[in-house]
Design a protein around this ligand. Structure first.
Ligand SMILES: *Cc1c(COP(=O)(O)O)cnc(C)c1O
Length: 457
């Protein structure tokens, strides 16, 4: 197809939207390692997980075999309110960079929650409602997941109790108010509401919190409340499964216009957007049908893939969640208050970790001032004001495009633009005032946290 016939924005028809999520684990020869019980170190069964998680979501979590899992009609109908999301050709950015590369981004910020998180929130709320539960608890870092879940819970009439990482709670009061608008209750974490919160506060007085702490609090609260379960917005395989809708739509749109990406880039916090975006493409790699260069981008302040260890670890600071084998910095690692709150998680999704271990993708880490510089370049030409998390992917997309400028290669670059940054203006302000700091942990700091990994034989 000739260049000019490719629109700025490719939208699918409703009828072309995926009817099933794709579970990349089905095509992996080396499956991700099973979740283990934190006490006995035995693989977790459906029954073991049932007190904390929703039944259907547990089945999805443990299912390594079913390649396609139908998206229930109620969820598809909700998706239609803000999906398909556009696949945008970044003509203006290409022009600005004077690169021969073709740059595309899949934009997930076109909904009130402002990120891709709604794709999984609505699915999780749906299954909780189906099971007859009355409410769910969760953690939120930057606030995008809490917002998405609040929206999904209000849609299905469920209570929503959110533990928000304290530094984000303080930096982003308006995020909190959006959640409350949708009926959620929001508590800064660590809090004195839970036993684990009290313990963490005693151990690390004055801590600004972390996703790991907030998870422990939310799990404790769900276990202690009748008719409640805990839901998680990233890291788990069920979340990555729901997020495959991003990659599937992208693949359908690209196939429609005969576009094949050479490089696929995504930011990686717990791995759900990156995993979702790359799933159908990695599926082709796993089946030997195609090849792509895949790059995960993480902040230098929380470099789980680039500087962590592939080992079993706790998913939370309080060590109440199952153990997951993943690239991790240690569950006791509390990252510096990086502004990309959504990327401040010590570990990584187990499926992505296995794919990384097996060489299906590479990873880079970036200092945050470089990220904000890229964010600004992007905003000025493409119009969208990107989330700091998403801007990690933008920076690497720009770097790849600049390499093409040197070599003259006309590569096709695809990246995930996971959300908008309207609630991150405090961070943008620091950047503009030249007072943003680039915190990079020392090797000693990382080794100290890694020394506390559980011993699994
Ligand atoms: C949460 C979030 C991320 C990181 O989470 P993943 O699970 O790694 O995708 C990235 N971008 C935005 C906008 C987010 O809200």
């Amino acid at each position: 197809m000739s260049e000019k016939t490719i629109p700025y924005k490719i939208y699918l028809e409703e009828s072309e939207m995926p009817k099933a999520w794709y579970n990349v684990r089905a095509d992996m020869k080396n499956k991700p390692a099973p979740l283990l019980d934190p006490k006995t170190h035995q693989p977790m069964t459906e029954k073991d997980l049932a007190p904390v998680f929703c039944d259907e979501l547990i089945r999805q979590e443990l299912d390594d075999k079913t390649a396609y899992i139908e998206i229930p009609e109620e969820i598809r109908n909700f998706y239609k309110m803000y999906r398909p999301s556009p696949l945008v050709r970044a003509y203006c950015l290409e022009e600005k960079l004077q690169t021969p590369a073709k740059i595309y981004y899949k934009f997930e910020g076109n909904n009130t929650s402002g990120s891709h998180k709604l794709n999984s929130a609505i699915a999780q709320a749906y299954y909780a409602k189906q099971q007859g539960l009355t409410g769910v608890t969760t953690e939120t870092g930057a606030g995008q997941w809490g917002t998405a879940l609040s929206m999904a819970c209000s849609y299905f009439g469920l209570d929503c109790k959110v533990y928000m990482v304290k530094c984000s709670y303080e930096q982003k009061p308006f995020r909190r108010e959006v959640m409350r608008t949708y009926g959620a209750s929001v508590t800064p974490s660590p809090s004195l509401e839970t036993e684990v919160g009290k313990k963490i506060l005693a151990q690390f007085p004055g801590t600004t919190g972390s996703l790991g702490c907030a998870i422990s609090e939310a799990v404790e609260k769900a276990s202690a409340t009748e008719g409640y379960r805990y839901v998680l917005g990233s890291v788990l395989n069920q979340v990555m499964l729901h997020q495959s809708v991003i990659g599937l739509e992208t693949k359908i749109a690209m196939d429609k216009y005969d576009i094949k990406p050479d490089v696929i880039i995504g930011c990686a916090g717990g791995g759900s957007n990156l995993g979702g975006l790359i799933s159908p493409f990695v599926g082709e790699m796993l089946r030997g049908e195609n090849d792509y260069k895949i790059i995960a981008v993480e902040p230098a302040s929380c470099p789980s893939l680039t500087r962590g260890k592939y080992a079993y670890d706790y998913c939370d600071t309080g060590m109440v969640c199952p153990l997951s084998k993943m690239y991790t910095l240690g569950s006791g690692y509390i990252p510096a208050p990086n502004h990309a709150g959504g990327l401040r998680y010590h570990g990584m999704n187990s499926t992505l970790s296995q794919l990384y271990e097996d060489g299906y993708m590479s990873a880079v880490s970036l200092p945050q001032t470089d990220v904000f510089e890229a964010a600004e370049t992007f905003a000025r030409v493409e119009g969208i004001l990107p989330a700091p998390e998403s801007s990690h992917a933008i920076k690497v997309a720009i770097d790849e495009a600049m390499k093409c400028k040197e070599t003259g290669e006309e590569k096709t670059i695809l990246f995930g633009l996971t959300g908008t940054g309207y609630f991150d203006m405090y961070a943008y302000e620091k950047f503009h005032n030249g007072v943003m700091e680039n915190y990079v942990p020392t090797e000693e700091e990382i080794q100290k946290a890694l020394a506390k990994l559980p011993q699994i034989d």
